[in-house]
Design a protein around this ligand. Sequence first.
Ligand SMILES: NC(=O)C1=CN([C@@H]2O[C@H](COP(=O)(O)OP(=O)(O)OC[C@H]3O[C@@H](n4cnc5c(N)ncnc54)[C@H](O)[C@@H]3O)[C@@H](O)[C@H]2O)C=CC1
Ligand SMILES: O=C(CO)COP(=O)(O)O
Length: 346
Amino acid sequence: MQPAANKEKVAIIGSGNWGSTASKIIGRNVHNFDEFDKEVKMWVFEEMINGQKLTDIINTKHENVKYLPNIKLPPNVKACPDLVETCRDATVLVFVLPHQFIREVCKDLLGKIRPDAKAVSLVKGVDVSESGLTLISDLIKQHLNIRSVSVLMGANIANEIAEELFSESTIGFTDADDAAVIKKIFNTPYFRVSCVNDVAGVEICGALKNIVALGAGFVDGLRYGDNCKAAIIRLGLLEMKKFAQMFYSGVRDETFLESCGVADLITTCSGGRNRKVAEAMVTTGESLSALEARMLGGQKLQGTLTAKEVHMILEQKNLTQEFPLFTTIYKIAFEGLPASHLVRDL
Ligand SMILES: NC(=O)C1=CN([C@@H]2O[C@H](COP(=O)(O)OP(=O)(O)OC[C@H]3O[C@@H](n4cnc5c(N)ncnc54)[C@H](O)[C@@H]3O)[C@@H](O)[C@H]2O)C=CC1
Ligand SMILES: O=C(CO)COP(=O)(O)O
């Protein structure tokens, strides 16, 4: 189908637990504004479910039976297995993939998108390579030559939002006009979005809280109680802020009090997947990667890779002693340090 002339057209890149939830919100919201084309394409990393393509299931049943079961998606959300086809005519690109897949996706999209497209990243993670630390939003911007990449992060456990339970979220932006368009596709009475001019602050919060969530899971596995978990959350928030302000100038103190900051830490340390799998690591003695594969039905952890990536950067810069919580969580997760050292070593 040709896009309606001069209309904003949204493409969603990713269709996991959060990607599918985002498609439910966006698919409905485009009907509220004249300026949007009503068709929303969603790129699905194709897989077979009981002999049927996941894209076919989504397009006939209007449900992502693997990553967001029992939630109806709007019929104007069209699942598409071809990445370039999904994005070719879009003016708004919504990136919502596990962060380890972003480089590959950007490579495949290079030169294949509209020059006037804007983007928003819902991806919680950072990129670490030989050239150092890069925000996922910067990676997308640099690789695809996109003029503005906003981010949307917050206390947003997808299953709750899919059931339309109230939550807040934060858009970090550099271009206020683009942020206003992006807010329109996400904001609903049950998903309350606010905007701050601080991409790095919002994005670093979204990435680092997943490391702290592993710590919260260790506390739960050890049965150390709620006071101890609150201490981990407090110390985690301090290290998140220190890290963000050390690596990015202009990060604002107030950002840590938005949904993307303290609120996301609290929800992730209570109901998130990183917390759940870290708890199981302590109670079963199995590795985080084995538990991720066994417990999550194809969904991915982001805290494990982020803990490794952040540790690599801290080691490179001789900063591990300045971040004792992140460092201890890394050592418990990957170097066999007993979980009880979480509090002993702080
Ligand atoms: N699920 C949640 O509650 C929330 C997730 N997020 C963030 O959203 C991002 C996406 O997470 P979810 O939608 O939850 O995904 P998910 O963890 O539920 O699912 C994994 C997704 O990765 C896809 N995939 C597997 N192999 C792939 C490959 N080689 N290339 C591309 N895609 C591949 C799968 O098809 C699936 O769609 C993450 O950064 C996550 O931290 C943010 C807020 C809430
Ligand atoms: O980011 C999230 C909630 O805001 C989800 O966290 P998990 O990936 O740990 O489930």
